[in-house]
Design a binder for this molecule. Structure first.
Ligand code: AMP
Ligand code: MG
Length: 527
């Protein structure tokens, strides 16, 4: 052994813990107001089942920073080990991960108990005044796995990682993703694939289905405990606001409003979730559980992104009303908690009336929320009668022509008030040019009532109409390379999607129409 100055220094100074060790140390599982502290009626504590020989596929520097560490430290093999479910040492007993139990309605039918069948909570990290919970998706079987293998495949993990980050940068509430870790361990789906784990991050992973679970099992004490946890941590104003007698009704109101906004966000960018079961609905109004999702290319209001959804229950145009339906399920589950201010014979009637009134608020929120977004997408700063018809007619022409959703809105900004000199980029997306021209003339007339200049309108429109979205074929290109262990495209695509509204001339190809092969891509629930 050579005696070098550096080794002397290493002996002289006590070494600070390796970054990955301090990352593990920063994960907390014992705070009394954490989800994990709700106890055994809500979750089972268990170690993850680590993947062999894990490797880093992608990491979000933004989320790493939010968790208080440097993405460069993820190059340490111990990082991949930890986020494949295998900490360098045994899971310390007090830090044992956990899987939660929930139930839900799947495709409109009561499915009974489900739960985190392949998601394992690690605990929370508090950094910079923010508390975030971390969850490994695909880290092995749990008591809620039913027939499943507890795994997720590389394909779906990359899709979830890319899309949750992309949605965030579109300004849409979502769970985030820290990283994807891959392994060569085979996993059987329709074909043989390989396993991966995506680390999701959110303030909370509580779903509508968590409430449905305790309601269905007639466990009102636990139901109340869960509702109190969610209110205290995330909606504390529900205890003091308008309706001091009924914090649970106030909670339903908050979730209703947030879900309405989320539906408006999805519709406005042409995002289809694909599996809007009540167990995939976040109590915080976040987009959660990315499976067979898709951004619409050629517009079709009936677009179904989930190959397994033969009835089109979760088709694009259905999403808002499904969101509303799911809120009914949540309301039903909360009924036992409502109405402490009433007693007597007509308590139930009053409680149902209250809940219905709150749910009605969905419509009052959703319609104007979507209208506002559509007005901004068309660059209409002022409000005029007939604007809604103008929007609807645009969707009709887009629908008839299968015009590309993202490019239509992006290219609308190039139209000019005075003449048709800027029409071509959007007009060329419509096979029936004459039909487009009829609409465009009305739009131009409407624009002439706007006081702002073409330039000002265009820059306002470009700030709300993304140029880059995670089209299926872009994800597919990144996945194909990643299967060959080339992760550069995952990184590049993540980088492009971090600035969806900016012109990025070097990445023009990422904004183009999908290639012909993209129409054969099928995305199913199998992930
Ligand atoms: P999803 O449709 O992905 O939201 O999943 C519905 C339910 O099935 C949830 O309880 C999941 O945890 C569970 N699940 C899905 N895939 C698997 C799997 N491969 N192993 C175990 N459980 C799974
Ligand atoms: Mg799910």
């Amino acid at each position: 052994m050579s005696f070098s100055p550096s080794s002397t220094a290493a002996v002289a100074e006590p070494a600070s813990p390796a970054p990955v060790d301090s990352l593990l140390a920063s994960i907390e599982t014992d705070r009394p107001d954490a989800f994990v502290s709700l106890g055994s009626a809500f979750l089972t504590r268990l170690p993850a089942a680590p993947l062999p020989e894990p490797y880093l596929v992608g990491i979000s520097a933004d989320i790493a920073a939010q968790l208080g560490f440097n993405a460069a430290d993820a190059q340490d093999p111990a990082f991949a080990e930890l986020f494949a479910g295998n900490p360098a040492r045994e899971w310390p007993a007090e830090k044992l991960p956990y899987a939660s139990v929930y139930s839900g309605h799947q495709f409109g039918v009561w499915a009974g108990q489900l739960g985190d069948g392949r998601a394992i909570g690690l605990g929370e990290i508090e950094h910079g005044g923010k508390r975030l919970e971390l969850q490994l998706k695909g880290a092995g079987r749990t008591p809620y796995s039913r027939m499943g293998d507890g795994r997720a495949v590389l394909r779906s993990s990359i899709r979830e990682y890319l899309c949750s980050e992309a949605m965030h940068h579109l300004g849409i509430p979502t769970t985030r993703a820290l990283c994807v870790i891959g392994s060569d361990q085979p996993v059987r789906r329709e074909t043989m694939e390989t396993a991966a784990v995506v680390t999701r991050v959110a303030p909370s992973f509580v779903r509508f289905g968590h409430f449905e679970h305790f309601y269905a099992n007639d466990r009102v004490d636990e139901l109340r405990k869960l509702a109190d946890h969610v209110i205290d941590r995330f909606y504390p104003h529900c205890r003091v606001a308008d309706d001091p007698g009924d914090p649970y009704l106030a909670l339903l109101n908050e979730v209703t409003q947030r879900t309405a906004d989320l539906m408006a966000d999805w519709q406005a960018v042409g995002f289809c979730h694909g599996v809007m079961n009540t167990d995939n609905m976040s109590i915080l109004g976040l987009t959660i559980d990315y499976g067979p999702f898709g951004f619409i290319d050629g517009f079709n209001a009936n677009h179904i992104c989930n190959h397994s959804d033969s009835q089109g229950r979760y088709a694009y145009k259905m999403q808002p009303q499904i969101g509303y339906w799911n809120l009914f399920c949540l309301a039903q589950a909360l009924v036992p908690l409502f109405g402490p201010q009433y007693d007597g014979d007509n308590r139930n009637e009053q409680v149902i009336e209250d809940a219905q009134r709150v749910l009605e608020g969905f419509k009052d929120r959703f319609a104007p929320a979507l209208e506002r977004r559509m007005r901004a997408k068309l660059g209409l700063a002022e409000i005029r009668e007939g604007d809604d018809k103008l929007v609807n007619r645009l969707f009709e022409v887009m629908n008839a022509n299968r015009a590309d959703f993202t490019l239509t809105f992006r290219n609308l900004a190039k139209m000019r008030k005075a003449d048709a000199s800027g029409d071509a980029p959007v007009r060329d997306l419509f096979l029936d040019r004459a039909a487009f021209d009829v609409w465009a003339n009305d739009y131009r007339l409407r624009l002439s009532e706007e006081t702002q200049s073409d330039e000002a309108r265009a820059s306002a429109m470009n700030a709300v109409n993304p140029k880059y979205v995670l089209r299926n074929h872009l994800a597919e290109n990144a996945i194909r390379l990643a299967k060959e262990k080339d992760f550069s495209e995952v990184e590049r695509l993540a980088r492009v999607l971090r600035r969806p509204f900016d012109e990025q001339p070097e990445f023009e190809a990422y904004a183009g129409l999908p290639p012909d092969w993209a129409s054969d891509l099928e995305v199913s629930c199998s992930s």
